[in-house]
Design a protein around this ligand. Structure first.
Ligand code: FMN
Length: 174
């Protein structure tokens, strides 16, 4: 079963990252635009999930992404995702939005935990330059944080290392 790489985007960076991630994973990955989903229940269709989410709604407690993810986040906890692996990728700008870096990741992370999913792919914040992020949970980013605005040169290596991590952490994912 191919892993489903879901993205939402405003200026295209998250779609680009989702595509690069799929190229790294190979033929066992499908890329889907969350904006094309008719209903949140489509997230229950077969396949583990990698959810790619930018942060636009600076400082907000809810609807943090400012993209199509926001129209699904409240319904995700009602899904039945027990036994499914879910990983989150966040895009943000650690320089201009240092106090809110990749805040939207944690909103999705918490919603998918409530749906019973197994959340994988946490990353150490060491090596990032930011002040605060709601997506640091118990000392770890709750997914892969990427910064295509201020640190684009680091993205390829971060993606390669993370794919290796997922292969070890969730061997059945892809
Ligand atoms: C008005 C505005 C608000 C933003 N707010 C945040 C933010 O709160 N936190 C953050 O990490 N990045 C923030 N960003 C940076 C975007 O998340 C970043 O550019 C991201 O790569 C955009 O992804 P997209 O092209 O897929 O929409 C903001 C950018 C703009 C222009």
């Amino acid at each position: 079963m191919p892993v489903r790489i879901l993205f939402a985007t405003t200026t295209g960076k998250t779609e680009d990252v989702a595509t690069r991630l799929a190229e790294l994973i190979g033929s066992t990955a499908n890329v889907e635009d969350v904006g094309d989903l008719d209903a949140t229940e489509q997230l229950e269709e077969p396949g583990d999930l990698i959810c790619c989410v930018p942060t636009w709604n600076t400082g907000a407690d809810s609807m943090r992404s400012g993209t199509a993810w926001d129209s699904h986040v409240e319904a995700i906890p009602d899904l039945q995702l027990t036994g499914r692996s879910v990983a989150i990728v966040g895009l943000g700008d650690s320089s201009s939005y240092s106090d809110y870096f990749c805040d939207a990741m944690e909103e999705l992370y918490t919603a998918f935990i409530q749906a019973g999913a197994s959340l994988v792919g946490k990353v150490s914040p060491d090596g990032y330059n930011f002040s605060e992020s709601k997506s640091v949970v118990d000392g770890m980013f709750c997914g892969l944080a990427l910064d295509e605005d201020s640190e684009p040169d680091l993205t390829d290596d971060r993606l390669v290392q993370w794919v290796k991590q997922l292969r070890k952490e969730a061997p059945g994912m892809f």
